[in-house]
Ligand binder design. Structure first.
Ligand code: EPU
Length: 416
């Protein structure tokens, strides 16, 4: 088991460079099989990406790595079943549904894995595929999706699901005729995927809007993309900066993707300065409490809800967070309480009474962002905190230990 130990109350100062976005990379790699050979640059060094490389290799692709650039040749990819061993490694394994359908008109794949933060059904993905002419069977845990031909269609998503938008988009690139996806998700990672698909020759209109128009093409070729900067990783380190930084620079990022967080921090009176492609954050005092609701983009991202909770413990008064996207994304709270926080859970809402001083101890990570939240809490806590099961954190935060050590954090990763 991997665990992280953090000695708290160190001041973080220097530069943290943000890596490529997990939630972009995990869509771009499965999309590679739409073409024969693609190049993906700025790929983050995280276990979710390594899992996708394993799935691509299992399917027959050649994956060449050169620093953080991947060249993926998919000429020899075969239409074989993606078994539970592979699909269970991460949530985004389900993007092979869309890309295999586009390439083979058929896919057999077991239900995906991923963090246990709610029910996370895939009904919207499946309904979208059905509209494109796909017949769906489920045998035990395996979905068998098959189409004689993929036919363009008009699809209105009941909720702007990121995953369903990506999956339907992938399949529609090679459908016959035009597909319109209404109420599509607008997360920037989808824009990054659209750029990649267009570089392969896909015909897609409506980037960054909630209506995507895809004119199916017979063949896609080539393809090159740079993974966008990870806005959630950037947001997490900005929070580290306002909790315990001294001019901590978070660079190589796009502040426009984090307007909701930045506005919230300004409303609280936090010490941040925002530039074109970096933010400088310093430890902030006399913070105003706030009320936050998680929303789809450009609203406050659910992926920063747990990290934000750790920060709101330091605010002067009572803050509220309503989690609107997932049913079970408060598993960090009991550990934060153990460390000294005063937080109540009432259904989908947290009441956080601050300010409270946190004390180190032994805590366990239940999911990726819960782990990030516990690391933030440990950075400001008195004494040492041991955070168990950090494999979840390594899914999405590349080189987190080095990044924090380089700016003055006292943090080690141990295999126990
Ligand atoms: N939903 C359904 N049916 C569906 C699809 C979604 O009910 O068919 C529900 C989900 O259960 C959830 C909500 O809709 O309650 C949002 O789901 P969405 O499909 O938008 O999310 P996702 O594609 O499963 C991606 C990211 C998540 C991020 C969300 C929201 C990936 C691999 N995952 O998940 O990232 O929270 O979008 O932005 O891209 C993370 O990085 O920590 C993470 C969980």
């Amino acid at each position: 088991m991997k665990q992280i130990k953090v000695v708290g109350q160190k001041i973080l100062s220097g530069n943290i460079e943000i890596s490529g976005a997990k939630n972009s990379a995990v869509a771009l790699l499965p999309a590679a099989i739409l073409s024969d050979e693609v190049v993906i640059k700025n790929v983050p060094s995280i276990s979710d990406v390594r899992a996708l490389e394993d799935i691509l290799s299992y399917l027959g692709a050649d994956v060449y790595k050169e620093g953080n650039k991947l060249t993926i040749n998919t000429k020899k990819v075969k239409n074989i079943q993606i078994t539970e061993d592979f699909s269970n490694m991460l949530r985004a394994s389900y993007y092979f549904m869309g890309s295999m359908l586009a390439r083979f008109k058929e896919v057999q794949i077991a239900f995906p894995g991923g963090c246990k933060i709610g029910e996370r059904p895939i009904d919207i993905h499946l309904a979208g595929f059905e509209k494109l002419g796909v017949k769906i069977k489920k045998e035990d845990n395996t979905y068998i999706l098959k189409a004689d031909k993929l036919i363009g269609s008009e699809i209105t998503l009941p909720f702007p699901s990121v995953g369903a938008t990506v999956n339907v988009l992938l399949a529609a690139t090679k459908a016959e005729g035009k597909t319109i996806i209404r109420n599509a998700a607008k997360e920037p990672e989808i824009g990054n995927l659209i750029d990649f698909l267009i570089s392969m020759g896909a015909k897609i209109k409506g980037r960054d809007t909630d209506t995507l128009e895809i004119e199916g093409v017979k063949k896609l070729t080539g393809g090159c993309v740079q993974v966008m900067a990870d806005r959630i990783e950037a947001g997490t380190y900005i929070l580290a900066g306002v909790m315990t930084g001294k001019d901590l620079k978070i660079s190589n990022m796009n502040p426009n993707h984090l307007t909701s967080l930045i506005n919230l921090l300004k409303e609280m009176g936090a010490n941040i300065k925002v530039f074109d492609d970096y933010v400088i954050a310093s430890k902030s005092e006399f913070l105003k409490p706030v009320s936050v609701t998680t929303e789809v983009y450009p609203g406050f991202p659910t992926d920063l809800q747990q990290p934000l909770t750790s920060f709101l413990i330091l605010a002067n008064g009572t803050s509220y967070i309503k989690e609107n996207i997932y049913e079970n994304r408060f598993q960090n709270v009991s550990y934060l309480k153990q460390m000294g926080a005063d937080i109540e859970i009432d259904g989908d809402t947290l009441t956080i009474n601050g300010p409270k001083e946190l004390i180190g101890g032994v805590v366990t990570t239940s999911d990726l962002r819960a782990g990030a939240a516990l690391i933030l809490a440990a950075l400001v806590a008195k004494g040492t905190t041991t955070i168990k099961e950090v494999k979840y954190v390594l899914r999405g935060y590349g080189n987190i230990v080095n990044k924090l050590t380089n700016v003055g954090g006292e943090i080690v990763l141990e295999d126990v």
